[in-house]
Design a binder for this molecule. Sequence first.
Ligand code: HEM
Length: 126
Amino acid sequence: GNPVSFFEQVGGEETFHRVVARFYQEVKADEILLPLYPEEDLGPAEERLRLFLMQYWGGPHTYSDNRGHPRLRMRHVPFKIGPIERDAWLRCMRIAVDEAGLDEAHRKQLWDYMEMAANSLMNSLS
Ligand code: HEM
């Protein structure tokens, strides 16, 4: 039968909710990332990242039902993402992933993806 998805293996929506909420708690206090956000209310951005990650890891497709094809590179074009922004994003995400209570194999798989994805969304050399 179908292999159990990573989404299910790590605890489903509850886990992704926890990770992304912790990430945004850090973003709110980050002087590099916070000014990039067009809206003062980070709630909708938090929901979009949570739904995207859930879908990516084999959970429900609510993200694309709401937003269409992810096209993440295109959606990040309005924001200058150089090494400083990438590092700030990863610093926040590292805390969130490390505190999620995953076993080491799952933690590493999630973290390796975050590093790869953050590198792939850079659109500035400075
Ligand atoms: C949206 C910044 C990396 C996934 C956004 C937004 C900003 C932003 C400012 C707009 C907030 C909003 O949705 O209202 C950054 C920066 C990054 C980064 C500075 C540093 C590398 C990533 C990565 C992922 C990601 C690695 C995925 C793993 C998303 C998603 C959205 C989003 C799904 C919402 C797209 C939509 O449906 O409109 N990002 N991001 N971002 N970001 Fe990032």
